[in-house]
Design a protein around this ligand. Structure first.
Ligand code: GLC
Length: 504
């Protein structure tokens, strides 16, 4: 398809309105880039308690009041508000249904960390409310771009409840899966809330896993195209790595329509030459200034400042997936060397306990922040020397790119987007921008960090690695072009999933 396309982004989190993970960043920065390149893009998301209505000037829209949305035996009245994505002309819509979304956490209770029991109903309503909103708005997207299980029912609804609705006859769907581990599995009876008329039971049964209904499987079966967030991860999930988390068969049946596009980062927010969260600006031409930032970070963390001591950062959810067990196993050996650590992130209790105890032992060597804070993330990534990212699974990862843009050198495991964005430094050729290890074993992580620390001591070489890292183009420009191509591909008639469940 040539010319301007109408694209609707559907995401359960969009920064800065509400954020639980990196999906929120993607769902904000990609639409902005698409808009800049001339596409007609809009975004739709739930309004949570944490969505700051005043700050972002959410407005009521008269014709989007009291929209009746079917949900099981009920019909639920939904309000929709609108605002702009800050710093852009991208229109954002908010599904406001307080009994479901006006809670502190997005998917789980922040105190107990338990998932909300009514998540299936909450997101069935969200998906259906999106389609009803479009009808009320009379805005017909060429592509509805869904993200993760939380919006994966839209393709299913379009192939069932709305399949004869002429309003959607030209609308196609793309599902981006940001991680196959999270699939939205619910007790099977939740399908009653879908209100799908007609007998689709054999196909719906296909989406059953151990008497549970999988939202993601529904999306994979019904979307016109599917992608994930890096090329390597796309290959890994199709391979025998086990990273498909039980979706091997379904993914293979859609192999022709599945691809990987590596994310970018928002270069206006991650800009060492003008970052409001930093006390000074710098760039590849004045790398010595980074030492001032290290000083500011050390002060902020109550650590003694020593420019010669390498400062290692861990800015990550403290979870198994992010390779935290490897970090714990490697910590003793690494702390025997002269280095300091700053940790920023929250996660599993056992990792909190581990770092609290390490901090007690090494008061002046570890800065510990067991709660993610966006502004502090900027200072940590700018003020450190090395970033640890030994993820077991990493569909893309944004932090390594943010760190590199700030001249902080990543040590990563070779998986998913980490493999696509970090290339190992080669002292002979002078090429490369980080340190990469393959096996998920503590000793490989230790060896990689030691290699990094050894080169850190050679100032000229280290500055070369920093300049290499800062020179990589991580903007959304090129991924946005690939998305436009993908949108065109899925609007091409021959690519549409005509009937249910993968048959063309
Ligand atoms: C998920 C993935 C992460 C990716 C992000 C944005 O959080 O785990 O690797 O960067 O989505 O696509």
């Amino acid at each position: 398809m040539k010319g301007k396309m109408k694209i609707l982004f559907v995401s359960s989190e969009v920064a800065p309105f509400a954020k639980a993970g990196e999906l929120a960043d993607v769902a904000s920065s990609l639409p902005k880039m698409l808009k800049e390149t001339g596409q007609d893009v809009r975004v739709i998301t739930p309004q949570y308690r944490s969505t700051n209505e005043r700050k972002y000037v959410l407005r009521d829209v008269i014709r989007l009041q009291n929209i009746p949305v079917p949900l099981g035996k009920e019909t639920v009245p939904v309000h929709v508000k609108s605002a702009f994505l800050p710093g852009s002309k991208v229109q954002a819509y908010f599904i406001d249904y307080r009994p479901f979304f006006f809670r502190e956490g997005l998917y789980s209770d922040l105190k107990t960390r338990r998932e909300y029991k009514d998540n299936a109903r909450r997101f069935i309503l969200f998906n259906r409310a999106v389609l009803e909103t479009l009808i009320k708005l009379q805005w017909q997207p060429d592509v509805i771009h869904c993200h993760n299980w939380q919006s994966a029912l839209i393709p299913l609804f379009l192939k069932t409840a709305y399949r004869n609705d002429p309003f959607f006859s030209k609308t196609n769907t793309l599902l981006t899966v940001h991680h196959f581990a999270s699939q939205g599995h619910f007790p099977f009876q939740c399908v009653e809330d879908l209100n799908i008329e007609g007998d689709f039971s054999p196909q719906i049964r296909e989406m059953e896993r151990e008497n549970r209904f999988s939202f993601l499987a529904a999306g994979l079966a019904c979307s016109d195209a599917i992608n994930t967030v890096s090329e390597t991860y796309a290959r890994e999930v199709l391979g025998l790595s086990g990273l498909d988390h039980g979706l091997h068969h379904l993914l293979h049946s859609r192999k022709q329509d599945f691809s990987g596009i590596t994310n970018g980062i928002d270069l206006t927010q991650w800009n060492p030459a003008g970052d409001p969260f930093l006390p000074l600006s710098y760039g590849p031409q004045d790398l010595d200034k980074k030492s001032e930032l290290k000083k500011a970070l050390s002060l902020n963390q109550g650590l003694p400042f020593n420019p010669e001591t390498p400062l290692l950062a861990l800015v990550s959810p403290l979870t198994d997936q992010k390779g935290l067990q490897l970090v714990c196993d490697a910590a003793d050996a690494l702390l025997r060397q002269d280095c300091q650590w700053v940790i920023l992130g929250a996660g599993e209790d056992r990792y909190h306990k581990f770092f609290l105890s390490a901090k007690r032992k090494h008061k002046k060597r570890i800065g510990l922040n067991l709660k993610h804070e966006e502004s502090l993330a900027h200072l940590v990534l700018a003020g450190s020397d090395i970033l640890l990212m030994p993820s077991l699974e990493e569909p893309c990862g944004l932090t390594q790119m943010q760190a590199m843009r700030y001249g902080t050198i990543p040590v990563v495991r070779k998986t998913g987007g980490l493999a696509d964005t970090v290339s190992p430094f080669n002292p002979k050729s002078g090429r490369g921008n980080g340190f990469v290890f393959q096996k998920a074993e503590a000793r490989d992580l230790i060896a990689s960090v030691r290699a990094a620390i050894a080169l850190f001591q050679q100032k000229a070489v280290w500055q070369k690695i920093m300049r290499n890292a800062m020179a990589v183009d991580f903007s959304w420009e090129s991924p946005a072009k690939k998305y436009v191509q993908l949108y065109s591909k899925c609007t091409a008639k021959k690519n549409r999933v005509k009937d249910f469940y993968g048959s063309h």
